[in-house]
Design a protein. Sequence first.
Length: 313
Amino acid sequence: MSFLLNTDDVEDRDRAEFVHEALGATMVPIELHWPGHRRSVAAHGTITDLGDLTVCSGRTTAQRVERTAALARDSTEPSVFVNVQLSGSSMVVQHDREAVLRPGELIMYDSTSPYTLLNDSGMTGHFFRVPHSALAMPHDMIRAACAVRLSPGHPVASLTHDYLRRLAADPALPTAVDADLVGHPSIELVRAVIATHLRADESAAAPMAVTLRTRILEYARRHLHDPGLSAEQIAAAHHISVRHLYKVLAASGIGLADWIRTRRLEACRQALADDDAAAIGAVARRHGFSDPSSFSRAFRAAYGMSPSQWRKR
């Protein structure tokens, strides 16, 4: 699904507010500072959701973009942004760091802390939003990778830059069948760049290994609706053995089957409370339970009452 950002058909006096509202609704609330007279306010671009990845590609005449301390505390889903510079240069300021981004380079900033973007010729380029939950990296790693050029010249960074640039520039992608499937591998590339950068700066030891448990659980969370979700499937998605998968989770005291069942039951309990019209069996299937009888037994064992009793209460 795409949103077209175009100020050409908006009255001059309404353009600044239009852009402010549009970006706040599709990306993240920010403050934009425009040059001179209100007639100089212009923005053109496309904002597309590809699964967990949101792509904003275009240009504005805004020379300064800020996410203030107050905005950084809002209820917007915590996310990181990755910029791909197309021409000229821009600056990102966050965490008392300043970094100048030039074509061919990548830079990241975090929505949960104040930041400023500066470009004298107007903000132009490709901007990619990734929720913290999808990135699945510890916050201290995210913070360490913000407002710095991400391993310029490194093969992983160069590959990711070129891939993201082509992804954002492809006009056919937003309407392609199953375009959402592009989101996951794109986020994996972003994660690889961050890990590469942190290794290069010796900011963390083996960051991919450190985040493996988080990534395993995030993958499982996103596939709870799949009744066939298994240790074999999860291990294959992370290119590890089933034995290693269990070892990683056991180190945190997590049993995979119990973890999956608990999250599925929590989702069903919430759904039953929110929608009293849906059939109980349909709710169970929607959240990964293929057998209504086993679902009812598991629900009673977990909450001390049947699904229908919970709904009535």
